[in-house]
Design a protein around this ligand. Structure first.
Ligand code: 4AD
Ligand code: MG
Length: 431
């Protein structure tokens, strides 16, 4: 009798016969023994087929297996300290489901375009599997963090009538007779939700028709957007640093094997514990000028600037109080210095750039009206948003964490395109 199980659970079946649905990842053969590298999505295990111990049929079926052939394998689980997986399977039976011919992704090196064209298969590779598995852990940690702290999950709409983060990179679509846009950020709706539920967060896809072809930009990316009533700028930063530390420490605890597969230097991540340093925009500008950058107050930072600033720290760093001019219309000005806003970007270490953008929001109805005029936003489209300032306005703050940039940093990747199963990038909609 065999028990059906998944590879990750074989530790519970040492000495027993199990049956596993699997794909052949790789194979070695000595003529008398075949070593099958098997994967089932939950993990990897080596199946050992000994010619003298199995029927001719089992031996021959095992010999036919090619890369990515699918099968049910039956065998006895053995503890094996030499194997990097810790366990081995002494194979007693092989049931072929399909012998795969000409699997396009071979163990040799392939170019990025080729791999991206075959992304639907590429995600089976150990490295890609590890990344997607870390991503899933990050999402679990995010939800745990907020759920444990009394936040309610709220889902803002994806089809929207107006913009949140400026009108230049909106995806336009039709909503029957009306014009509509794919959401750039759920924030404005989350502000309404915070007035109803106090502390809320959203987690969903957002879209930016950005013509940027960088290693940090996706056209479709996932964002976590908490929004909190009665929370000011300073309190907002404290939530962010605790949140990011929690996520990193959860990955270190639960994804050690994946981080090893990725060759991630975990000592760098271990240092990521709150509180995080803060540097004002003003000081960041001075710092850059001292480093020889040509940079004037009022400009926005680009990737090289962010990287130069982040290099001074082991943990993420907050850059606070940016010029009002270069930030979104809804950010609250510093009461003592209205030319800057009560905002912060969190910059990840090691050159991964901005992972969080957040701020305290304008709560004063008159100032909000004034901003609509300055930014040429039709007050009709934002009528409902104004209502939040009219009916019991309160100080409130929130932020948005970009999931893919966070995955990219924690996994130590060169490019954000590997952080999501099917990335949407500037020139790619397939597969
Ligand atoms: O700084 P952003 O544009 O902020 C907002 O959208 C706010 N409304 C969030 C809020 O306060 N609720 O975007 C937030 C984060 C960035 O820090 C970055 O991590 C990520 O979203 N992001 C992108 N990630 C991948 N590709 C892109 N094109 C991204 N644009 C922003
Ligand atoms: Mg930003």
């Amino acid at each position: 009798m065999s028990v059906k199980c998944m590879i990750r659970d074989v530790k519970d079946y040492v000495g027993q016969t199990v049956r596993i649905g699997a794909w052949l990842h790789n194979k070695r053969s000595s003529g008398k023994i075949q070593f099958l590298q098997l994967r089932d999505g939950s993990g990897y295990i080596q199946g050992v087929v000994v010619k003298s111990e199995v029927s001719e049929e089992v031996w021959n079926d095992a010999s036919k297996l090619t890369q990515e052939s699918s099968l049910y394998v039956t065998g006895v689980v053995r503890e094996d300290s030499r194997s990097k997986f810790g366990y081995e399977l002494t194979v007693t039976g092989v049931e072929i489901i399909q012998i795969t011919q000409d699997y396009p992704i071979t163990p040799k090196e392939h170019g990025v375009d080729f791999l991206m064209d075959h992304r639907h298969l590429w995600i089976r590779a150990p490295r890609q599997r590890a990344i997607l598995s870390v991503r899933a852990e990050i999402i679990r940690a995010i939800q745990q963090f907020f759920d444990q702290r009394g936040f309610n999950l709220v889902d803002p709409p994806i089809l929207t009538p107006s913009s949140c983060e400026g009108t230049t990179n909106l995806f336009h679509t039709k909503y029957f007779e009306e014009d509509a846009f794919l959401t750039q950020s759920g924030q404005l709706y989350m502000e309404a939700a915070a007035m109803a539920l106090g502390k809320v967060y959203s987690f969903g896809p957002t879209f930016r028709a950005e013509k940027s072809k960088t290693r940090r930009h996706l056209i479709e990316f996932w964002m976590i957007e908490p929004e909190m009533a009665f929370v000011d700028h300073e309190e907002n930063l404290r939530v962010q640093e605790e949140f990011v530390s929690y996520v990193v420490q959860s990955v270190l605890k639960n994804c050690a094997a994946e981080l090893e597969t990725l060759g991630r230097d975990v000592s760098k991540l271990e240092k990521c514990v709150a509180p995080f340093p803060r540097i004002s925009y003003d000081d960041a500008v001075k710092f850059l000028q001292d480093k020889g950058f040509e940079f004037t107050w009022g400009e926005d930072f680009g990737a090289p600037h962010e990287t130069a600033i982040a290099e001074s720290y082991d943990t993420p760093v907050f850059i606070t109080n940016y010029p009002t001019e270069i930030k979104a219309f809804y950010m609250k000005p510093d009461p003592n210095r209205p030319e800057v806003v009560l905002c912060a970007d969190m910059i990840a270490p090691e050159g991964y750039g901005e992972i969080i953008g957040g701020s305290q929001r304008i709560d004063d109805p008159e100032l909000m009206e004034q901003r609509f005029a300055e930014h040429e936003l039709s007050s009709e489209a934002y009528q409902w948003y104004m209502d939040l300032r009219k009916y019991g306005t309160v100080p409130h703050s929130g932020f948005g964490l970009g999931l893919e940039r966070t995955v990219s940093w924690i996994c130590g990747l060169d490019h954000v395109r590997e952080t999501i199963a099917f990335p949407r990038t500037l020139y790619r909609l397939y597969p």
